[in-house]
Ligand binder design. Structure first.
Ligand code: DLL
Length: 435
């Protein structure tokens, strides 16, 4: 049984009717309260009255990250500051940060979405929940904190980092649930092995992971290495943080909280809406947020949307596990390459650890990709010949599966910096003007 079966299992026609009503309200609200949208809608000649079906959302102009940066910090806030009760922010990898203000109602909705996420992962009030997402401006820590409190769990807000202490707490408090990024989870697993703590024998049962790209193969790696279920959370600061979509016990795609977020997939080059089932860039319109609603926010995340009867009983639209971001795509020898494709192939190689980095360099006019991956210690220590053999095996595997030639460097264990939050997977060493 879902946390909120009224909305999570609502028949499609009914949820779409609900979405239409909320979409019209949101359009009216932002055009009245936020000059940026007033102008944009005027230019496009549209108003709430132009919206007569949810498909009409495609008539609205899109919002991009730079719009948020240009209006930093509160230019897109629809309410006076006395109605704002929280502000999160994200610095991203480049440029000015963006902010996410919330009213008290916004916080409550967010908590509800997080409760759905945790409940769907099988978490119950009897659980001890160790929350190792960063607590602060990042939305992961506090978002999950609120959801776990709502469920009535015993919440342990460790925050990210201090890995040895995380392990001691996992052991001493007998935490059943770990909340962290997938890469930090691997850091914890590895440190536990070094500390001779057998994580598999601890009461830890399930984790809810997200905030960064990770493949199904990485999920399996975490599940096997820690003997836990690895569940997923998806979201972004611009839309209030995690809680936008989550997976259920079927682990076959993420359910979108459709009463709060209207999802579309568009062709990233033309912005043309794509039909269900086709892969493209994910766009979201928030339906109930008040402090900073988002109209057709371009996430840059790539996936496809689909509706299917899920074995869990939820009717909410599904999105496939992300396959990448439009801005992470590399073009190597004319082939589009997403880091996640390389990750999936590396995890099929027995001789390496799931710790890697992709370095992009310019060689003449061409982009050259070097895959740095840590060898298992016994492999690395076996000497040059063994190392070259494994490097050859990996480059042949990548060539065979993706048709691209890459250089592979088997690096020593611990060469790649361990992550406590979002892992850095791509290092771009090309001169800025040639990227
Ligand atoms: O990462 C919110 C979050 C916190 C999600 C905790 C899940 C768990 P931002 O820092 O604004 O917000 O980053 C948002 O991270 O556009 C995706 O590219 C990526 N991302 C988030 N969840 C996933 C996921 C938080 N499950 C950006 N799989 C998004 C892959 C993800 N990428």
């Amino acid at each position: 049984m879902p946390w909120n079966d009224e909305f999570e299992c609502m028949p499609v026609e009914q949820i779409q009717k609900f979405q239409l009503e909320k979409l019209k309200e949101t359009v009216a609200w932002v055009s009245e309260k936020i000059p940026f949208y007033t102008e944009k809608f005027k230019e496009a000649g549209i108003s709430a009255d132009s919206i007569n079906s949810i498909e009409d959302v495609s008539k609205l102009p899109v919002t991009v990250k730079n719009d948020l940066r240009d209006n930093y910090p509160f230019g897109l806030c629809a309410v006076p500051i006395e109605e704002v009760v929280r502000v999160h922010a994200s610095s991203g990898t480049t440029g000015k940060p963006i902010t996410g203000p919330y009213t008290a109602d916004d916080l409550e909705q967010w908590t509800e979405c997080m409760a759905r996420n945790l409940w769907a992962a099988g978490i119950r009030p009897t659980d001890i929940v160790q929350n190792a997402y960063g607590h602060g401006l990042f939305t992961g820590g506090l978002g999950f904190h609120q959801g776990a409190c709502k469920l009535g769990c015993a919440v342990v807000p460790t925050g990210a980092g201090m890995t040895e202490r995380q392990i001691t707490i996992l052991k001493d408090f007998k935490s059943n649930v770990l909340l962290a990024t997938p890469s930090y989870t691997l850091t914890i697993a590895e440190r536990a092995e070094e500390m001779k703590v057998d994580i598999k024998s601890l009461p830890l049962r399930v984790g809810v992971f997200g905030a960064e790209p990770w493949t199904t193969q990485m999920r399996t790696e975490i599940e096997n290495r820690m003997e836990i279920k690895a569940m997923e959370a998806y979201g972004l600061t611009e839309l209030g943080g995690p809680g936008v979509a989550f997976d259920c016990e079927a682990q076959e795609g993420l359910h979108i909280n459709e009463d709060h977020y209207l999802a579309e997939v568009v062709d990233p080059a033309t912005f043309e809406p794509l039909p269900l089932g086709e892969k493209g860039e994910l766009i979201f319109t928030s339906l109930q947020r008040r402090a900073m609603p988002m109209i057709r926010y371009r996430t840059k995340d790539i996936t496809r949307l689909y509706r299917e009867k899920c074995s869990c009983g939820r009717t909410m639209l599904k999105m496939e596990k992300l396959s990448g971001r439009t801005d992470d795509m590399l073009i190597i020898s004319g082939v589009n390459v997403f880091p996640s494709q390389i990750e999936a192939l590396l995890l099929e190689i027995d001789e390496v650890e799931p710790q890697y980095r992709l370095v992009v360099r310019k060689k003449g006019y061409l982009d050259q990709l070097t895959v740095q991956v840590e060898g298992k210690s016994e492999v690395y220590e076996a000497g040059d010949q063994k190392r070259h053999e494994v490097e050859g095996k990996i480059s042949a595997h990548i060539k065979g599966m993706m048709g691209i030639g890459v250089e592979v460097e088997l690096v020593e264990p611990k060469f790649i910096a361990r992550s406590e939050g979002k892992a850095l997977r791509v290092v771009d060493e090309r001169p800025k003007q040639l990227r």
